[in-house]
Design a protein around this ligand. Structure first.
Ligand SMILES: [Zn+2]
Length: 172
């Protein structure tokens, strides 16, 4: 059954419960979290975040793509975030050790998938570390920028630090 009516009904109940609050637009903890779209990741409770605390940017594979950098440019320069946590996870659909993701997609779609970089990876910790490294050298980073990398175990909910938080070098 399509979920749409249930979404709206649930929203009515949510508003009636009084759980929602009117908050300032700037994230209180000056934090942006980059994580995957995976349905098993409850970003806020897993990381002890409350509404209004952080930007949560979710993309397949938690990869720092151009569009994630677009969001981070707005997040940091207009909305005051300084700290970025990149949170990959175990059992991610973008883990593609055999490199056949485009072929598997094409098989399901019935025609070749649009050629593009799917940002798949062989090892999630390695992917997170690489993205953290790239972000530390991001030319558009703000002053006082710091980046940490983590892998969330989607079975246990446990978070592993795979790239200890580090300040970026001063912007030239
Ligand atoms: Zn994923």
């Amino acid at each position: 059954m399509p979920p749409f009516d249930a979404l709206v009904a649930a929203n009515r109940a949510y508003v009636a419960s009084g759980a929602h609050r009117d908050l300032p637009v700037r994230p209180v903890r000056n934090l942006a979290v980059v994580t995957c779209m995976d349905s098993r990741i409850a970003a806020f409770p897993t990381l002890g975040l409350e509404l209004g605390d952080a930007h949560v940017i979710r993309v397949a594979g938690a990869r720092v793509t151009d569009d994630v950098r677009r969001s981070l440019a707005l997040s940091t320069h207009l909305l005051g975030t300084r700290y970025v946590a990149v949170v990959g996870h175990t059992d991610c659909g973008l883990a593609d050790p055999t490199g056949d993701l485009p072929e598997r997609l094409a098989e399901v779609m019935g025609h070749p998938a649009e050629p593009r970089d799917w940002h798949s990876f062989t090892d999630v910790a390695e992917a997170v570390r690489g993205d953290c490294e790239d972000l530390l050298g991001w030319p558009d980073r703000p002053e006082g920028f710091e980046v940490g990398g983590y892998v969330l175990n989607v079975r246990t909910g446990e978070l592993d630090e795979v790239a200890p938080p580090r300040p970026a070098p001063p912007v030239a």
